[in-house]
Design a protein around this ligand. Structure first.
Ligand SMILES: NC(=O)c1ccc[n+]([C@@H]2O[C@H](COP(=O)([O-])OP(=O)(O)OC[C@H]3O[C@@H](n4cnc5c(N)ncnc54)[C@H](O)[C@@H]3O)[C@@H](O)[C@H]2O)c1
Length: 276
């Protein structure tokens, strides 16, 4: 459990009875059993949403749902591997059958890439990352859109990455998957805006979660304005903005939340301009 989880549970209890930004809404969040997905599930619940917590890992997913329910919120856990069409179709159907609608779909689940030069990557490496990170977004969107059309609209949020905007060496499948999400998000927006469906993605920078903890200390962060990695709540708050009416005129966009990391083009200079 992240330290900040307790903070959110306390806030869900405190906010019971107050107006939330997502009162009456139903949110389906994939990868909600850990890290950013869990922080978002807790924040959405705090803001009044009923949350379908989807994850392939039952322990984490059940724990997130329990945390929400223990603090007076409403949640169900759905075990699903988002890279498999049958699982995603069942995940969407279970959510719609349980709560009657899906107002917010947050396609968040994803994995890191095997670290290797392109010539040494296998077809299996490529398929694993692309299926988990990108095909999953297509599947989640494909099966949820009919529900949203039937109810008159909805909101789709996808998790991309700053690695979908700039290449990092030796994780080409990850970069390709995240770049694909940015354009798939725009395509979703273009096709469905007229049906009152908004689609946006978030491009996180380096965020402290179980996914990044093993190697995050080796990333040089001192040139970002905050000088440190972000927390899951930083992304959860961006997701809340995109999920609420505060972003009513925002669709097809990619929201960078990286503490300014990608703002600097880190070109190693042979000599500083001041010396030249
Ligand atoms: N943490 C970061 O710095 C960072 C930066 C940019 C983007 N992201 C993106 O955020 C997402 C991961 O979130 P996190 O950092 O909180 O990591 P995390 O490892 O804490 O959580 C990922 C969750 O996704 C689940 N998951 C993985 N594969 C799945 C599958 N096939 N089906 C269903 N669930 C699956 C895992 O069980 C886990 O609960 C990914 O899409 C990742 O690319 C993270």
């Amino acid at each position: 459990m992240l330290l900040s989880d307790n903070l959110y549970v306390t806030r869900i209890e405190q906010s019971a009875g107050e107006m939330g930004k997502l009162d009456g809404k139903v949110a389906l969040i994939t990868g909600a059993g850990s890290g950013i997905g869990r922080a978002t599930a807790l924040l959405f619940a705090e803001e009044g949403a009923k949350v379908a917590v989807a994850d392939r890992a039952p322990a984490g997913g059940q724990e997130t749902a329990r945390m929400i329910k223990d603090s007076g919120g409403e949640a169900i856990f759905i075990k699903a591997d988002v890279s498999k069409a049958a699982d995603v179709e069942r995940m969407v159907k279970t959510t719609a059958d349980t709560y009657g609608r899906i107002d917010i779909l947050y396609n968040h689940a994803g994995i890191n890439s095997p670290i290797a030069p392109i010539a040494e990557l296998t077809e299996e490496d490529w398929d694993l990352v692309l299926n988990t990170n990108l095909k999953s977004v297509f599947l989640g969107t494909k099966y949820t859109i009919p529900v949203m059309l039937k109810q008159g609209g909805g909101i789709i949020i996808n998790t991309a990455s700053i690695m979908g905007m700039c290449a990092q060496t030796y994780i080409s499948p990850y970069c390709a998957s995240k770049a694909g999400i940015i354009l798939f998000t725009k395509a979703t927006s273009v096709e469905y805006s007229k049906h009152n469906i908004r689609a946006n993605c978030i491009c996180p920078g380096f965020i402290t979660t179980p996914m990044t903890e093993p190697w995050l200390p080796s990333v040089q962060m001192d040139h970002t304005p905050p000088g440190k990695a972000g927390q899951p709540e930083n992304i959860a708050k961006a997701a809340l903005y995109l999920a609420s009416d505060d972003s009513a005129y925002v669709t097809g966009s990619s929201l960078v939340v990286d503490g300014g990391y990608s703002a600097e083009w880190a070109v190693p200079l042979k000599e500083s301009p001041a010396q030249g």
